[in-house]
Design a protein around this ligand. Structure first.
Ligand code: SAM
Ligand code: SF4
Length: 351
């Protein structure tokens, strides 16, 4: 893997090819949203995401920043309008800002509507201003609790004060911050109201996420799983939740909370399947294209990417893969299902 910075202004334009048709899957869904995991590594070890002792991909298997740029650009040529960099922790990859800056050219030319990231916030203190400068306008930051000790217990290696400082830096830089929190039974279950009040009080949307059975972790997922239908029911006893059509291109369904004036999103892969409106695919840092977060089927894009300088082979591989995008996922969490639904961790395909 090369982490050599991309020299801005280098010619990374993609030659036009005949197979640049937009991506429509067998169920008529247009794929317009790409999430790219730029690294599987991370400076945290969240209990629901990773085991403490993780084996990461060998660096030689990981795409270089230039290859990632070429791959993202090919997807943009094929109709992607929204691009999210994730991981692992995207901001810990060496020279990642050179990739973000380079991809920003697609915002300038108008072929891309949004370039964004999902981050744990640990590096925002130093990078928020530069992100804004590269054209990023909205980011997702994951915060599961506002209690410093609990934060340490959940993330194992994280420091809440640093993350909160990073969120403030992002806001000051002009970035719109959405807070993502995984709902964890018995952990942050009774903190959701104060978290919502904190987020809305600071002008951030809050999105709650159900834990998904991805990868072996050190704990039992049944013990962590908190259905958001239950959380919503409890919140509705205290707050007026009004369904709103607000969409950010992702799977969250939003309500407006009358009392706080803020937006609250629910990502409910377990209790409410959202696959019918799925518009996205995911690429790992080794160039594997996953057509569904909840299925093992994937297509290798690294080989066609490296096989020639032109993009014909790559476009063909993408078309072939989109042609088998499945209808939906098979997630189940119950006491009888001991194995995770898919064996790879969330940090491989990214959130
Ligand atoms: N490191 C960055 C972060 O934490 O925001 C980006 C990658 S992380 C894998 C993306 C999102 O996935 C985070 O919001 C995290 O909380 C969530 N996540 C990780 N494992 C999950 C799981 N098993 N179920 C549901 N969400 C998960
Ligand atoms: Fe790292 Fe994000 Fe996974 Fe936490 S959720 S271990 S911050 S990749």
């Amino acid at each position: 893997m090369s982490d050599a910075p991309i020299t801005f202004g280098s010619d990374l334009s993609v030659p036009k090819a005949s197979s640049q048709a937009s991506m429509i899957d067998p169920f008529g869904r247009a794929v317009t949203y790409l999430r790219v995991s730029v690294t599987d590594r991370c400076d945290f070890r969240c209990v629901y995401c990773m085991a403490e002792d993780m084996t990461f991909l060998p660096k030689r298997e990981v795409l270089s920043l230039e290859e990632l740029d070429r791959l993202c650009t090919a997807f943009i040529e094929k109709g992607v309008r929204k691009l999210r960099l994730t991981g692992g922790e995207p901001l810990v990859r060496k020279n990642i800002m050179s990739l973000i800056r380079s991809l920003g050219r697609h915002l300038d030319s108008g072929v891309l509507d949004e370039l964004t990231i999902t981050t744990n916030g640990s590096q925002l203190g130093r990078l928020a201003g530069e992100l804004y400068d590269c054209g990023v306008r909205r980011i997702n930051v994951s915060v599961d609790t506002l209690d410093h000790d609990k934060f340490k217990a959940i993330t194992r290696w994280g420091d809440l004060a640093k993350v909160l400082g990073g969120i403030k830096a992002a806001k000051d830089a002009g970035l719109k911050v959405k807070i993502n929190a995984v709902a964890l039974k018995g952990v942050n279950e009774h903190e959701i109201v104060p978290m919502m009040e904190w987020a809305h009080g600071n002008g951030h949307d809050l999105t709650l996420i159900e834990t998904m059975p991805l990868g072996e972790i050190d704990e039992n997922r049944t013990d962590q799983y908190l259905p958001l239908s239950l959380v919503r029911g409890r919140l509705a006893e205290k707050f007026t939740l009004e369904d709103i059509p607000y969409k950010t291109g992702g799977p969250a369904r939003y309500v407006e909370v009358k009392e706080t004036g803020g937006r609250l999103g629910f990502i409910t892969p377990m209790t409410h399947n959202f696959c019918e409106s799925c518009n996205r695919v995911r690429v790992t840092c080794t160039g594997q294209l996953y057509m569904c977060l909840g299925q093992d089927d994937m297509a290798d894009l690294r080989a066609p990417l490296r096989a020639s300088e032109g993009n014909e082979l790559l476009y063909d591989a993408i078309d072939e893969a989109i042609g088998r995008k499945p209808k939906g996922h098979d997630f189940v969490i119950d006491r009888r299902t001991k194995q995770p639904a898919v064996s790879r961790h969330m940090s491989v395909t990214g959130g």
